[in-house]
Design a protein around this ligand. Structure first.
Ligand code: G1P
Length: 300
């Protein structure tokens, strides 16, 4: 049985240009989905899946993230003095134990593969590790990474989360070439990053959860940038297949939101707002009220 995965890499070095001007001074991962920053969803999912060590691949301008995961003694004192103990619990979720979180810098934006490679010194030569892209927020009864880790204990090899997308969307994803199969685990014959329209080998898109072997890091060290100037993680995983090692796609159970786009972020806001314990009811009433209203709700 493969050793349990306990380390996760969070590539968060992107500039977040799609969210300018908001991301001029705050990292995209700190943007709030209802009442938690995007990164908190990723951390909560990782924790639930048994991850105990977190590696953040950052870039310039991301120091707010380091502060977010630090102790906040003044804030805690103020909250305690006000008797708001429920808020202390909320703060507790954001604090990481000393030594469980590490930050490495990606000095230049050379792509997702390069970002993951930047974490190589923190991963042992025989250690499987997870990668979580916080832009992909996945609502699921059993957290997506946990589903994958459980499946991986049976299969070994590398594993990527996958879901079906419409054929015209395949050119915006990594896409799997797979053997036909109906279960959640599919054997991967090949992967291609953002295939030209009409050339995708399937409509199974790679979603931002990976369980990878250290060989992928070795492969990334050799990988050349592709035509777009980036080093793609997808290419390094494709090399694994090429070298005869096993790679699986995992069709997770859950709903994925693309919080790397404004439209996806809005959809997630509505879905998570409706599912929120305290706000859900009021928000649902509001949506009901405005549904029948003609024209814009506020002047443009
Ligand atoms: C990245 C990966 C891509 C994957 C996608 C999932 O692309 O390169 O293979 O399908 O995440 O969200 P990006 O969205 O960063 O362009």
């Amino acid at each position: 049985m493969p050793r349990r995965v306990t380390k996760a890499v969070f590539p968060i070095a992107g500039l977040g240009t799609r969210f300018l001007p908001a991301t001029k001074s705050i990292p995209k991962e700190i943007m709030t989905l209802v009442d938690r920053p995007l990164i908190q969803y990723a951390i909560d999912e990782a924790r639930a899946a048994g991850i105990t060590e977190y590696i953040f691949v950052t870039s310039r301008g991301k120091s707010a993230l380091e502060d977010y995961f630090d102790d906040a003694p003044e804030l805690e004192l103020a909250v305690r003095e006000k008797g708001r103990t429920e808020l202390l619990q909320e703060l507790d979720r954001t604090t990481m134990k000393s030594g469980t979180i590490a930050y490495v810098r990606q000095h230049r934006p050379l792509g997702l593969g390069h970002a993951v490679w930047c974490a190589r010194q923190l991963i042992s030569p025989n250690e499987m590790f997870a990668v979580i892209l916080p832009d992909d927020v996945i609502a699921a009864e059993v957290p997506c990474l946990q589903q994958m880790i459980e499946a991986h204990e049976e299969t070994g090899g590398c594993m990527v989360a996958t879901m079906e997308v419409s054929p015209d969307a395949t050119s915006t994803y990594g896409v799997l070439d797979v053997d036909a199969g109906t279960g959640p685990v599919v054997a991967v014959r090949g992967l291609i990053e953002k295939p030209d329209p009409g050339t995708a080998p399937s409509n199974l898109a790679v979603i931002g959860r990976y369980i990878l072997s250290p060989e992928v890091l070795t492969g990334l060290a050799r990988n050349e940038a592709s035509a777009d100037g980036e080093i793609h993680l997808t290419d390094a995983i494709a090399n694994e297949v090429g070298s005869g090692r096993k790679v699986y796609g995992y069709r997770f159970d859950g709903q994925r939101f693309d919080c790397g786009s404004k439209a996806g972020f809005l959809q997630a806001t509505v879905a998570f707002g409706l599912a929120h314990d305290e706000l859900g009811h009021e928000f649902a009433e509001y949506l009901k009220r405005i549904r029948t209203k003609d024209g814009p709700l506020i002047a443009k």
